[in-house]
Design a protein around this ligand. Structure first.
Ligand code: FMN
Length: 125
């Protein structure tokens, strides 16, 4: 497994509508992909499954509901070597990235990791 595959982006938006959504019903019932915080747990679950299946042999790019360094860290622990975000940029702008970096560095240091690579897939060990 793995030949010819540089990485897998996991995942994208969801067509599901999690119970916890608080938006007006008309918005909740709109068709199309849902992004952002309500997607976080779903995408982390899918990411974990991909990591277990690929056994860490293919770099995974974790996407879905990242709004903090701790969110990025959760994806890294679940198996992401890289993370990608979209909705947080729309809400908070590009300067949020610096905050996320600092928060992520704090999470890594707190748990005794010297770098991101050491923490990739930590939830599976
Ligand atoms: C307005 C909007 C446009 C998007 N366009 C694309 C796209 O063209 N191609 C793609 O692969 N994903 C697209 N996405 C999905 C995002 O790349 C990302 O997978 C998804 O929004 C989940 O991440 P997030 O919760 O950080 O937004 C789009 C998302 C949004 C909200």
């Amino acid at each position: 497994m793995g030949e010819g595959i540089d990485g897998i982006v996991v995942s994208n938006t969801t067509v599901r509508r999690p119970q916890a959504l608080r938006s007006p019903t008309a918005l909740v019932q709109e068709e199309g992909g849902l992004s952002g915080a309500p997607l976080r747990d779903l995408s982390n679950h899918v990411l974990s499954r991909f990591y277990r299946y690929t056994k860490g042999r293919i770099p995974l790019i974790g996407v879905g509901g990242i709004f903090s360094g701790a969110d990025a860290y959760a994806k890294i622990r679940a198996g992401a070597s890289l993370v990608q975000l979209y909705t947080a940029l729309a809400y908070e702008g590009p300067f949020a990235i610096r905050r996320f970096e600092l928060e992520l560095a704090h999470c890594l240091e707190r748990d005794g990791y010297r770098n991101v690579a050491e923490a990739v897939g930590a939830d599976h060990r």
